[in-house]
Write a new protein. Structure first.
Length: 344
């Protein structure tokens, strides 16, 4: 990536979890439903649902809505099956065995007919993902452990190679808690990893790490947040947006999850991102109610010059911490034709 008088080489590596998610949602649907219902009940009984809604009502509403849609997917065919059973048994005088068979047939048919809608609205995917995140937050073995190990080892390799100015670990949405864990794991492998070679930056965008940490038994997640919050050799920027209903806008990633620190706190720098600044007004209005699309705007191209520009963050000559701290001042240092004015 480059402009008239500057050029930056960016190596962009993915640590992907689609394969894990796809394996999980390919399991038989009944175990998935039982696991999801268990997650819902546990969140409700422990008060986590209330704490999440209190922290950010938009995020809490979206999470509760996803849970309600799953229950509706189960409840609608069950209610229609009961109606069919009652009609067959008491209105038509059929036997209990035949009426029960009709109930099961109606339930299965309606349940399967509604499944494409559940998939389209991501009801299955999100309700499948959160039970594993809860286990992850508690420090129990999960399907994410291998991914975290790979990311930590890769970070260590990049820092020890010492052929870059900056190594940025980016975690979007559900990837944010995993990235924080990768960096903490890398610190276990090499406690001085942030004190040698290139700068290390944790960039969490549209993060749900706070929601993971709000569970009372999420000891591991809170310990990781605490560790990175007091680690002076690591830079951590947390990007939030008020218009993103799927992040915890306005929640301090540290104090907001009950971690009280004094002068020892160094991280994170919270960056309030405005999607309105990044998109043409007409296009922005079209996206206002497309919550999933807006949630991914953090990692998509801008239509206008704005302080937050994902591709400039990872590909311009300005370090990410400067973008986060100076924002519009940094934008002004680039001319309309892409020239970096601070380069002689």
């Amino acid at each position: 990536m480059g402009g008239q008088n500057w050029n930056v080489l960016t190596q962009y590596d993915f640590v992907r979890i689609e394969d894990i998610v796809n394996v999980n949602i390919a399991e038989p649907i009944i175990p998935q439903i039982f696991r999801a219902v268990g997650w819902m009940l546990d969140d409700f009984v422990t008060g986590t649902t209330f704490r999440t809604c209190r922290a950010n009502w938009q995020f809490g509403t979206h999470l509760v809505l996803i849970q309600v849609l799953l229950l509706a997917w189960i409840g609608t065919p069950f209610a229609l099956g009961i109606f069919a059973w009652t009609t067959a048994r008491y209105e038509l005088g059929l036997s209990t065995l035949i009426s029960t068979g009709l109930l099961l047939a109606v339930f299965i048919l309606i349940f399967m007919a509604l499944r494409p809608l559940a998939e389209r609205w991501l009801v299955i995917r999100i309700n499948n993902y959160w039970p594993y995140l809860r286990k992850f937050g508690r420090g129990e073995p999960t399907c994410f452990d291998r991914t975290v190990e790979i990311g930590a080892v890769r970070l260590k390799e990049l820092v020890h190679a010492n052929d870059a100015d900056e190594v940025v670990m980016i975690g979007h949405s559900g990837g944010a808690p995993l990235v924080l864990c990768m960096i903490a794991k890398a610190l276990d492998l090499d406690p001085n990893i942030g004190r040698r070679g290139p700068r290390i930056v944790a960039l969490t965008i549209g993060s749900i790490a706070s929601a993971v940490a709000l569970h009372p038994r999420a000891v591991k997640m809170r310990e990781i947040i605490r560790r990175l919050a007091i680690e002076p050799s690591i830079n951590w920027v947390d990007c939030q947006s008020r218009k993103d209903a799927m992040n915890l806008w306005g929640v301090d990633p540290v104090a907001g999850v009950g971690i009280q620190l004094g002068p020892e706190r160094h991280n994170p720098l919270v960056w309030q991102v405005r999607f309105r600044d990044m998109l043409y007004p007409q296009f922005y209005r079209q996206l206002r109610w497309k919550f999933f699309r807006l949630h991914f705007q953090y990692i998509m191209a801008n239509q206008m010059r704005a302080p937050y520009d994902f591709f400039m963050l990872i590909g311009s000559p300005v370090p990410i911490m400067e973008w986060a701290e100076r924002q519009r001042e940094v934008v002004a240092e680039f001319s309309a034709d892409g020239k970096y004015l601070l380069v002689s």
